[in-house]
Design a protein around this ligand. Structure first.
Ligand code: NAD
Length: 481
């Protein structure tokens, strides 16, 4: 019998009229579980539960919050192998990547447990004699969260942990394609001692429960991660609601990795291949545009192909697999559509791009590398969100920087070079929110800010101490002494 997973509303597990099957992309015969598909009524109940819980939770002390977050962190870390296996089974990233991501969720909870004890304010003299000024941070209120499928435990963790640490109540709607890891995370946090209603989970379709969350008048803020097109709808709904909602959007990328003639070839190839293709290229920070100087171009392409020949695409849970399957049929169709577009535009498919057959039925795609592409082609401008990357040949550093910045996105950008001058100039002049030197554009720490510019991000940064910009609101109080 397939297990049925319910929504969490006011501290109780609530079944819904409908359910959706969570399918393993490495083996479509394997059903991970049946997950509730919530209704508008359930979403309204969840927001009402959060509203009822807010007065007490917002006044809870830092010690209580610390203990709950620390306990959740301890359980996540103790169970990271099992949680990582669930994640790989439902999303298709390799077991090592799944366990790594589950561990990351545990570290995030440990970090924000500490943040509970570090919240501070300022007391400063007024410009008016005899008056004192205090600047404090208060919780924002009820936070709605909408998350994508590609980091099914880390993204819910990096939104929920700071929201709770700073005294907010939460209603989260995870990706309907991959809800299992978010369900497991919410279960752990609830059992860590959270009062009923502080955290609520409503799974289901974005167009139904997601919309209901966006339109609810009692929700004060929305933290969204997903595609640009959905992000735009989220922002519009937040601005047009009354009262307006605070909003944070983390969206797509078309991240450049510049490789200069003086680069260490081994470092550059490793950064390109791991950055572009690992996690099946399904990362907002994937190094999908490889901008390579003419002098190293042919050696770089040749070495990338050699490296790709050794990459094993197979069942995410099998040992020895380097790249798991694409998440589902519609994403595979999108990847193949872009491979065709790149060919039609005149790009040369230098490696891969074939659908692969493995022991079990799944969405296996050989990593695709295009050469002879320009920055004007659609393959360079639009996010594919799969194991597809293209090489653009440039004459010098100046041209590389211009093309790196010539994009609607601005999440992450990298440069491989041994020149301190070029690296320093790139760090200062890149129009991305995160810059990497001799590293892939993907792969970030959990204790520092995460986010981009231009079409990639909108609103405050996520993660690290900067998360308080989203999850607190500043109060300035004046007192006549
Ligand atoms: P998506 O935009 O299709 O869906 C994201 C979430 O929004 C899902 O939970 C979905 O159910 C919900 N949703 C869809 N329509 C909605 C609506 N009308 N109202 C409310 N909610 C709605 O994105 P996806 O396919 O799940 O994820 C892939 C995208 O996420 C890529 O573009 C990727 O770059 C981006 N992403 C960005 C970051 C980042 O931090 N910048 C991280 C991971 C993924």
């Amino acid at each position: 019998m397939t297990e049925m997973f319910k929504n969490l509303i006011a501290g109780e597990w609530a079944s819904a009229g409908n359910a959706s099957r969570n399918i393993n992309p490495s083996n479509t015969n394997d059903v991970v579980g049946e997950y509730a598909q919530g209704s508008v009524e359930q979403m309204n109940d969840a927001v009402a539960a959060a509203k009822a819980a807010f007065p007490a939770w917002s006044r809870s002390g830092p010690q209580e919050r610390y203990e709950i977050l620390k306990k959740a962190s301890d359980e996540i870390l103790a169970r990271k192998e099992e949680l990582g296996r669930l994640l790989s089974r439902e999303e298709g990233k390799t077991l090592a990547e799944g366990i790594g991501e589950a561990g990351r969720a545990g570290q995030i909870f440990a970090f924000f447990a500490g943040e509970c004890l570090r919240l501070s304010g300022e007391a400063i003299p007024s410009v008016r004699p005899g008056v004192g000024v205090e600047i404090t941070r208060e919780p924002v209120g009820i936070i709605g969260m909408i998350t994508p499928w590609n980091f099914p435990i880390a993204i819910p963790a990096w939104k929920i942990a700071p929201a709770l640490a700073y005294g907010n109540c939460v209603v989260i709607k995870p990706a309907d394609l991959v809800p299992g890891s978010a369900w497991a995370l919410v279960d752990i946090i609830q059992r860590a001692g959270l009062p009923k209603g502080v955290l609520n989970l409503v799974m289901g379709r974005g167009s139904v429960v997601g919309q209901a969350l966006l339109q609810h008048k009692d929700v004060h803020a929305i933290s969204f991660t997903g595609s640009v097109s959905t992000g735009r709808k989220v922002a519009e709904a937040c601005i047009s609601s009354s009262p307006m909602k605070k909003v944070q959007l983390e969206m797509g990328g078309k991240n450049p990795l510049v490789v200069l003639d003086d680069a260490d070839l081994k470092i550059a190839v490793e950064a390109a291949v791991t950055g572009a293709y690992f996690s099946t290229g399904q990362r907002c920070t994937a190094s999908s545009r490889l901008i390579v100087q003419a002098g190293i171009h042919d050696r770089f392409v040749e070495a990338c192909i050699e490296r790709l020949k050794g990459v094993v695409v197979d069942d995410a849970l099998k040992s020895g697999t380097h790249i798991g399957p694409v998440v589902d049929q519609s994403q595979l169709d999108q990847d193949l559509k872009y491979i065709q577009i790149a060919k039609d535009e005149g790009g040369k498919l230098a490696w891969g791009g074939e659908v692969l057959k493995r022991e079990t039925p799944g969405f296996y795609l050989q990593p695709a590398l295009f050469t002879e592409t320009t920055n004007a082609m659609r393959i360079s401008r639009e996010e594919v969100f799969g194991p597809v990357a293209n090489v653009i040949r440039v004459k010098d550093y100046e041209e590389a920087l211009t093309l790196a910045n010539d994009t609607e996105f601005g999440l992450s950008a990298g440069i491989c070079t041994t020149s301190l001058k070029a690296a320093t100039h790139f760090k200062r002049n890149s129009e991305a929110g995160m810059v990497m030197v001799n590293l892939a554009t993907a792969g970030v720490d959990y204790h520092v800010p995460f986010g981009g510019r231009k079409g990639s991000s909108y609103g405050p940064r996520e993660q690290g101490a900067y998360a308080k910009e989203m999850y607190t609101t500043v109060k300035t109080a004046y007192t006549l002494a």
